[in-house]
Design a protein around this ligand. Structure first.
Ligand SMILES: Cc1ncc(COP(=O)(O)O)c(C=O)c1O
Length: 413
């Protein structure tokens, strides 16, 4: 099978390194996880489930822009809605009517949501949720999960991270996932001082198997929050609309007070949302929180079209089913080559690991081999599927996976 090379990507990165800190920073930074011999550093264009890099290589995309691409790149309905709104206006002196329509749609669709607030990035909404919880309770402490990611605001990063001071995360208490007793302990050690419990619907850290909630976990957390007046915040930024169009809490059967969305709600248009229960609406109104582009109408029109389409086709079901077929097939192919591919998390955003090498070096090598054959896989982060992935993608992916295992067994490149 033909393998790709990435000369143009590398030349661009050399230029970038001179004028951009890190060349490419944050979650898309190639260092140190992405070997330059195996990965494109830039994407030139995207259509449906695939993107093309500056060297002209085409990839079946299993990262989906780290989540925002959910219906496929350049989705006609979403792009048409955005185009229509762009003609009318985007960043205006007052909000566009579509903002109200979008809030009505989200509150109709997401179970337990009585109001919606819009911003740009996921982290805007996690910070806002924390402020609303503190405003509502007059308390300081936020209980969150060890290894849980809620953005890059200083409070979300532990002390020791560059640029973070001790006081930034002083009132954030991290406990292990699925450890209800630890939550009870924090609550009893901080009487009348826990403002919120914040977690993702299931635990999806990087570099580690993902974990579903233990039976009864969410119900116990919800009950304790109610009893103690603690605000229950779900960070549905990554899972949102990949498990259930009514919110991932509907999938797991519990009722949060606040839910953070981003990624899948706009199919790539920049928008995030915090939705909440009626009881917190006045507190949300009292917190001053805004941004220059938070009222931009084009992403709102795109999000409305995206959410309507996800609901119409039952997008999460399609993604869960596709993911299931993909994972079962890959596990079998791995087995045929004598490898064990362990899958965790939801099939619509699975985490994979080759257990044959606990150091993850083999996993990194295999992901690289697949990527330079045209199936873009990462070794340290959960993958994403979209409703645009096709049976043809599936077959092509299986062929690539098979060839990559063969190459690894033969000793590499
Ligand atoms: C679970 C979770 N929370 C919060 C965030 C932060 O979102 P953003 O990067 O859009 O600020 C992310 C981003 O990956 C996320 O996955």
């Amino acid at each position: 099978m033909k393998t790709f090379t990435f000369e143009k990507s590398q030349a661009l990165f050399d230029r970038a390194a001179k004028v951009i800190p890190c060349g490419i920073y944050g979650h898309m930074s190639p260092a140190p996880l992405i070997p330059p011999s195996d990965y494109p550093f830039y994407a030139a264009s995207g259509t449906g489930s695939r993107f093309t890099d500056p060297d002209g290589n085409e990839f079946i995309d299993y990262m989906c822009a780290y989540g925002p691409m959910v219906l496929g790149y350049n989705h006609p309905k979403v792009d048409e809605a955005a185009k229509k709104q762009r003609k009318l206006g985007n960043c205006l002196t007052a909000p566009a009517p579509v903002m109200v329509e979008l809030a009505e749609k989200l509150t109709d669709l997401v179970s337990g949501a009585d109001w919606a607030f819009f911003a740009k990035n996921g982290g805007d909404t996690t910070t806002y949720a924390v402020m609303v919880a503190r405003a509502a309770t007059g308390r300081k402490k936020i209980v969150a999960i060890k290894g849980g990611y809620h953005g890059v605001a200083p409070w979300t990063q532990g002390f020791g991270h560059h640029g973070v001071i001790e006081e930034d995360a002083q009132n954030i208490v991290r406990i292990p996932w699925n450890d209800f007793a630890a939550f009870e302990r924090v609550v009893s050690e901080n009487p009348e001082n826990v403002a919120a419990f914040m977690a993702t619907p299931y635990h999806h850290p990087t570099f580690a198997d993902n974990e579903m909630p233990a039976p009864g976990y969410w119900k116990k957390v919800e009950d304790l929050c109610r009893k103690k007046g603690i605000v229950l915040i779900v960070d549905d930024i990554r899972c949102g609309f990949r498990l259930d169009v009514h919110g991932s809490h509907a999938h797991f059967g519990f009722k949060p007070d606040l839910v953070c969305f981003c990624k899948a709600i706009g199919n790539g248009y920049p928008i995030s949302a915090l939705v909440g229960a009626e009881a917190l609406k006045n507190d949300a109104a009292r917190v001053f929180y805004t941004g220059s582009y938070w009222f931009s109408a084009v992403p709102m029109a795109a999000a409305l079209a995206c959410i309507e389409e996800l609901e119409r086709i039952d997008g999460p079901k399609i993604m869960l089913e596709f993911g299931d077929k993909l994972l079962k097939g890959m596990v079998e192919i791995a087995k045929g080559h004598g490898f064990t591919l362990k899958v965790s998390g939801a099939p619509s955003m699975p985490y994979l690991r080759l257990t044959d090498d606990p150091s993850l070096v083999l996993m990194q090598k295999w992901c690289g081999e697949c990527t330079r054959r045209g199936a873009y896989f990462t070794s340290h982060h959960n993958w994403f599927v979209s409703t645009a992935h096709t049976d043809e993608d599936l077959q092509r992916t299986f062929d690539i996976v098979d060839d990559a295992f063969r190459a690894i067994k033969e000793g590499g490149k």
